[in-house]
Design a protein around this ligand. Structure first.
Ligand SMILES: Nc1ncnc2c1ncn2[C@@H]1O[C@H](COP(=O)(O)OP(=O)(O)OP(=O)(O)O)[C@@H](O)[C@H]1O
Ligand SMILES: [Mg+2]
Length: 483
């Protein structure tokens, strides 16, 4: 595998400007702290405007210095840049900024615009400090030729995602920028590019399209389709419980995306509410496809010695066990856990810490979703329970199978596959047959087991032998009784 070393510092482009495909990079060795389950809103915390906050003075001046340097570089007045950023980020209105600018002019204490905005409680100190990250990103963005960073979209455990303009095509994109600390891990970087190339093979309306991956200066970056919308996680945080129909519609689109990826040989490994985006035009987009497996669970665990890896709420038992061969059923498990969370409002397993949660994934019995939320149909519960079987062999073996059941439940019918206790029967071949004529086959099979069953039994040699023994035994008993 080619290693993107220093000679590539001019920018490694897997498919610059071309339709590659897929996503960010949730290589997350850190966990979403299960201890915070009931208050997930605390994670990735967006600070509400005007909330009083601790005042880390050193950081504020550091921020001002960073912004000042940026302003000087751009030949702009510091306050002008600060005002623009504050408005762009939606932290204060144009009027509020103008009001403060007026006051700055006559201020005896020579306060800066930032200080004035804080004094008037238009923004918090913490919000000003967050602007520093944006300024830094704009700096790094300038080092990515052809892109202009517009603002921060969010951040995960391993990277920060920015909204940016691809200048040549005049289109808005999302850029995931890896922190510099990862540049020092050649194995990680090697996989980052390898998976970037693998992701290039994907092209699906329900997968966030990857455009470009590369290195510019000290930064590794991943350019992808900008999704104007929110994540399923954002909705859950707002204490939203999805209706059965809403959840099925979303999960069907994710399953279609996964089916496409699985057919191309990619397993996501990090399906979770944060990686499912809901665009404002109603299309579901799976993010972090392909890149999620840029780092194996084992390496992540090693990198974060003593900490759990992955997102313990949604991780499959085989990933917890660190099994080498992780296939489509692992993604189906995580999608099941995600769906469980969506329709019940609870994560499937909770615990004091990540290991407690993971232990439950391995050993604890799942509380049926319809026991948590009685409004759910038995059908959807059966489907989720089958998705979340502990043994990968007992789950749907492919998203094709899963989709058959999800579509049946959406129509108000019982799930075709989960409804039957097939045990270790080869579900894939059954699903293939049923995909052709699902209803007829279902009817035929029930006929076979009731009517056809008797004929089949009668033709068994063992049955005939038992019958003969029984008749002879009756004759003997009659003779004995008469004598
Ligand atoms: N293509 C995109 N378009 C718009 N916003 C995006 C896009 N990709 C990511 N985001 C936003 O950036 C945030 C951070 O994404 P990132 O993949 O770095 O982390 P995550 O998936 O939220 O968490 P983790 O690091 O735990 O996997 C997302 O939650 C989302 O709000
Ligand atoms: Mg993500």
């Amino acid at each position: 595998m080619e290693h993107p070393s220093a000679d590539r510092s001019g920018g490694v482009t897997v498919a610059s400007g071309a339709a590659v495909s897929s996503i960010g990079m949730s290589v997350s060795p850190q966990h979403d702290d299960p201890g915070k389950t009931p208050t997930l809103a605390g994670e990735g915390g967006k600070v509400p405007a005007r909330r009083p906050s601790p005042s880390p003075a050193a950081s504020l001046s550091e921020t001002q210095a960073a912004i000042k340097a940026e302003a000087e570089k751009a030949g702009t007045n510091l306050d002008t840049l600060m005002g623009r950023l504050v408005i762009e980020q939606g932290l204060a209105t144009q009027d509020e900024v103008s009001h403060c600018l007026e006051q700055v002019k006559d201020d005896r204490n020579q306060r800066s615009l930032a200080q004035m905005l804080v004094t008037h409680n238009y923004v918090t100190e913490r919000q000003i400090i967050r602007l520093k990250q944006i300024v830094e990103a704009q700096r790094s963005g300038q080092k990515i030729p052809g892109y202009k960073v517009l603002g921060k979209l969010g951040e995960g455990a391993m990277a920060t995602v920015f909204k940016a303009k691809q200048i040549s095509l005049d289109r808005t994109v999302a850029i995931k920028i890896l922190p510099r600390k990862f540049s020092g891990n050649p194995q990680f970087i090697e996989r980052f590019y390898a998976e970037g190339r693998a992701a290039a093979a994907l092209n699906h309306p329900n997968i966030v399209q990857a455009f470009d991956v590369g290195k510019a200066g000290e930064y590794h970056y991943f350019v992808m389709e900008f999704v104007d919308g929110r994540t399923v996680y954002d909705d859950i945080v707002k204490h939203k419980r999805f209706s059965e129909q809403e959840a099925i519609d979303i999960v069907i689109q994710v399953a279609e995306a996964l089916q496409h990826a699985h057919e191309k040989g990619l397993v996501h490994r990090d399906v979770k509410p944060k990686n499912i985006m809901l665009s404002s035009d109603g299309v579901v987009k799976l993010a972090d496809m392909g890149l999620a497996r840029a780092i194996s669970d084992k390496e992540a665990a090693e990198a974060e010695a003593g900490k759990a890896f992955g997102t313990p709420y949604y991780i499959s038992p085989e990933q917890i066990r660190g099994e080498v061969s992780i296939g489509p059923p692992a993604d189906i498990y995580s999608l099941g856990a995600t769906m469980y969370h969506m329709v019940t409002g609870n994560v499937p397993f909770d615990g004091k810490n990540p290991s407690a949660v993971m232990h439950k994934h391995l050993k604890a019995e799942l509380v049926s979703p319809d026991h948590v939320n009685p409004k759910l149909s038995a059908g959807i519960s059966e489907v989720i329970e089958m998705m979340m079987q502990k043994s990968p062999r007992a789950r749907y073996q492919s998203c094709r199978d899963l989709l058959i059941d999800l579509r049946a439940v959406r129509k108000g019918e019982p799930p075709v596959i989960a409804h039957r206790d097939f045990g270790a029967v080869d579900l894939q071949s059954i699903a293939k047959a049923e995909a052709a004529t699902p209803v007829e086959i279902a009817v035929d099979q029930s006929r076979v087991s009731s009517a056809g069953g008797a004929g089949a039994v009668l033709s068994q040699p063992l049955f005939i032998a038992v019958l003969v023994v029984a008749v002879v035994s009756v004759i003997f008993n009659v003779i004995l009784a008469l004598t």
